[in-house]
Design a binder for this molecule. Sequence first.
Ligand code: HSE
Length: 314
Amino acid sequence: MSAAVRTVEVRVPATSANLGPGFDTLGLALSVYDELEVSALDGPEIDIAVEGTGAAEIPTDESNLILRTIRYAYEAVGRKAPGIRIRARNGIPHGRGLGSSGSAVVAGLLAAKGLLEGVAAFSDADLLRLATEIEGHPDNVAPALFGGLTIAWTDDETPWHKKLLVHRGVSPLVFVPDRTMSTSTARSVLDPAVSREDAVFNVSRSALLIAALTQSPDLLMAATEDRLHQNSRAAAMPETDKLVRLLRAAGFAAVVSGAGPSVLVLADGPGRRLEALAVAEEHTSGSWQPLMLAVDFLGGTVKASAEGASSHEL
Ligand code: HSE
């Protein structure tokens, strides 16, 4: 049985990407978390245990995404990964459009950053680049790393981000269904081309959404309209489409969370959020779990499990 030579504690928030018009670009960190204790061992073994949301479906062998990411990070700095012990408490629902895979990738990178402190350094840019290489797109991993509202873009395959603070009146509400949706399926049904009219429609709404989320929550309804992805995906998740339409018809800024099938409501204040909850509960069966969340402003964190040491400072 190997012993731990260094242990770090990692916490990573859930994220909601797209936010309506900001396809593959905008993301919001939300106050539901995966928490982990990760140890570098003095022997070669791998020892992974997961509890919490969806724990039974998470592999605890070599295919575990957090483990693969830790190894990827070690390799990126020319080091061989040691044996690893992972103890995870998951709060982020899996396969529901809340960025669980992006958060797992961020958890693995932050764990490696903490375990390698003093040996190799990872800048914020390094973390975003490595996370995007693994995840494929930066819109979930950017808010999982940095918190708040993030605008993410790539330039010659290098990902960048800008973090913004969200207006305190914005009150997120997520409806999580008991069904899952794979991101690759949701991406396979997207139209390969978009009209200029639809492109202009989304450019205007995305620009407006930045203003709505940071300054003017009263604009959230107009600012969350989308013509790039939600319509093409509606047939693949009819219950989601129905709930989004129901809530929007009642005046609430509802969108598909990420690639679905959860629904995100960006309510204009806590009172309006309760009204949205009441509308949804009146018109749906009990198959949606509502989560009243806050925007997470911190992003992922890592610290040595004994006092002091490495915190992921922004
Ligand atoms: N922007 C991505 C999508 C988020 O909608 O496919 C899912 O990870």
